[in-house]
Design a protein around this ligand. Structure first.
Ligand SMILES: [Zn+2]
Length: 124
């Protein structure tokens, strides 16, 4: 699948979840860049295909998974900013950046991975 088509599909998928969960999250998908994250202060998702390709994998499932993971952060934050911030307060952010194991053990990261794991099959 061409990158242009991948981006279009990801935007379509994002729209569906934005409607379903009443998100006002801005979705910024690009080809190049070294990032894939949800910024809760600005309420936007920034996802670079090249980052996903190198860090996660290079098939359609990997791109959709990455998007769904970030969407789940947006869903959680939209649902309750207070509880998200409460969770965030307990995180060792230095360790979060350094250790993938620690990163994936954080409750909202677990929820995001579980959500993506479940939802990705709807799109394949
Ligand atoms: Zn995450």
């Amino acid at each position: 699948m061409r990158q242009k088509d991948t981006i279009q599909l990801l935007e379509k998928i994002a729209d569906k979840y934005k409607k379903e969960y009443h998100l006002s999250t801005r979705i910024d998908i690009s080809k190049l860049g070294n990032y894939c994250y949800y910024n809760r202060k600005g309420d936007y998702i920034a996802l670079a295909l090249r980052y996903v390709q190198f860090r996660i994998g290079d098939n359609l499932r990997d791109y959709i998974f990455a998007l769904l993971h970030e969407l789940k952060h947006a869903i959680d934050y939209t649902k309750s900013k207070e509880s998200f911030e409460e969770e965030a307060r307990w995180i060792d952010w230095a360790k979060y950046q350094e250790s993938l194991e620690y990163h994936n053990s954080v409750p909202f990261e677990k929820r995001a991975n579980d959500f993506a794991e479940k939802e990705v099959n709807l799109w394949l």
